[in-house]
Design a protein around this ligand. Structure first.
Ligand code: URA
Length: 209
């Protein structure tokens, strides 16, 4: 079963409270998502493999460390996932950025992928799927399916807020995927919004309400 990491860092929890506030402007909302994604990016990369690397300081030779395992590709789910890209890139600037776009089929209510663009070497990379809200889990499951179809085998997700229901369905569908979360909220309401949540992340980010 994939692991679930809830990040309890005081800075993340503090910024999350401002993010939830309905009076926070779109401008501040975007900045906060970037800052939270940067802090989460630090945690999600904590277990990256290191190897020794010789380096010469102005005084002498020594042996430092360098990241030596799989390279990273970020996969934001359009559109709210885009808001997390810059924050994570600020701690892993060499990561590739792939994209997945989805809409909900009005008849089946299932997410359908209408766009995806991945690096050719996706199977050799650690994939970090970005979506601020893990609600029903439907679009995250479809995004994971999509990166697996493209050959990815090492996958983790980064979600700022998650509902317990969504975490469970993702874990059941993809037991090999680790889920990194800023905060696990109480539940989903009848319209698949997370409670207490923060409303529609995409609308608040881009001012489209
Ligand atoms: N997506 C959002 O943006 N907000 C929710 O509460 C659920 C899904």
């Amino acid at each position: 079963m994939g692991k679930v990491f809830e990040m309890d860092h005081p800075l993340i929890q503090h910024k999350l409270t401002i993010l939830r506030d309905k009076n926070t402007s779109s401008k501040d909302f975007r900045s906060l998502v970037t800052e939270i994604a940067m802090l989460m990016g630090y945690e999600v990369t904590r277990d990256l493999e290191l190897s020794d690397k010789e380096v010469e300081t102005p005084l002498e030779k020594t042996v430092g460390k360098e990241i030596s395992g799989k390279k990273i590709a970020l996969v934001p789910i359009l559109r709210a996932g885009l808001g997390m890209v810059d924050g994570v890139l600020s701690v892993v600037p060499g990561a590739r950025v792939a994209h997945v776009g989805m809409y909900r089929d009005p008849e089946t209510l299932k997410p359908v992928t209408y766009y995806s663009k991945f690096p050719k070497d996706i199977s050799e990379r650690t994939i970090i799927i970005l979506d601020p809200m893990l609600a029903t889990g439907g679009s995250l499951i479809e995004a994971i399916d999509e990166v697996k179809r493209a050959g990815a085998t090492s996958i983790r997700t980064l979600n700022i807020i998650a509902a317990p229901e969504g975490i469970k369905v993702v874990q059941d569908a993809h037991p090999d995927v680790d889920i990194f979360i800023g905060h696990i909220d109480r539940e989903l309401n009848d319209h698949a919004y997370i409670l207490p949540g923060l409303g529609d992340a995409g609308d608040r980010m881009f001012g489209t309400k």
